[in-house]
Design a protein around this ligand. Structure first.
Ligand code: B16
Ligand code: MG
Length: 218
């Protein structure tokens, strides 16, 4: 393998599917505020920060709240979300993740986490992956949300790698745009039609094979 590469993984939708727990907690809040919130609408919140997610939810329900009420509901939503997170185990690691991380470690390829979630370290701890990442960049470290490249540029710095030698694995459009803005190689996980801005798209991490990795390193 010639070109030295490093990987930066998104969390929700790539390593674990916490979107389903975010959905349950946001739906509950919507119901408290008197409107419904569908799984389809939940797609709009993927990869988006907690504060921005509340703004989107309130615009769907056409609800106006004071700043104080927003803060109260943000705390309430996160409290409910954490009840689900606290029950997570390694069973919830998505297919292909362990094999890919094993392959990267065997080949001395460094990898970091680049997530919008402020709960990322706790989630990684719950599923037993916290100590495997060389670096973690999460929602607490960034001032600009994806599609801004900040999260991945900080990740590259922590890995001591040039952006062009970093491969980002992401499930959200905003995340792919952030990776592209950082001039990194972008791998989308999900639907090709949705993630068409990515350099490569796979249905899940099982499709990122050693052969594919050898190809992008040459
Ligand atoms: P929290 P990712 C994102 O994680 C989720 O996709 C998004 O739905 C969520 O609003 C955001 O984290 C913030 O999460 O409330 O835990 O800080 O995909 O960037 O790993
Ligand atoms: Mg994601």
């Amino acid at each position: 393998m010639k070109k030295e590469l490093a990987f930066i993984f998104d969390l929700d939708g790539v390593i674990v599917d916490t979107a389903k727990y975010h959905y349950l907690a946001w739906r509950n809040l919507a119901n408290v505020l008197g409107f419904d919130f569908t799984e389809e609408q939940n797609e709009l919140l993927k990869g988006v920060s907690r504060v921005k997610s509340l703004e989107i939810l309130l615009s769907i329900g056409k609800v106006n709240l004071s700043e104080a009420k927003k803060q109260e509901f943000l705390l309430q939503k996160n409290k409910e979300y954490l009840e689900y997170v606290n029950k997570m185990t390694s069973e919830e690691i998505l297919p292909g993740v362990n094999d890919l991380l094993n392959f990267l470690e065997l080949n001395d390829i460094k990898y970091a986490l680049g997530s919008a979630s402020k709960n990322a370290p706790l989630i990684l701890e719950k599923v037993g992956l916290l100590n495997r990442f060389t670096a973690i960049v999460d929602g607490n470290d960034v001032s600009k949300a994806k599609p801004d490249p900040e999260v991945f540029l900080i990740g590259a710095k922590k890995l001591e790698m040039k952006p062009e030698n970093c491969v980002v694995v992401e499930d959200a459009i905003a995340g792919i745009q952030a990776a592209n803005a950082a001039k990194m190689i972008s791998i989308g996980i999900g639907d090709t039609n949705v993630l068409h801005e990515a350099d490569y798209v796979f249905k899940d991490l099982t499709a990122i094979t050693p052969d594919f990795l050898k190809n992008i390193m040459n």
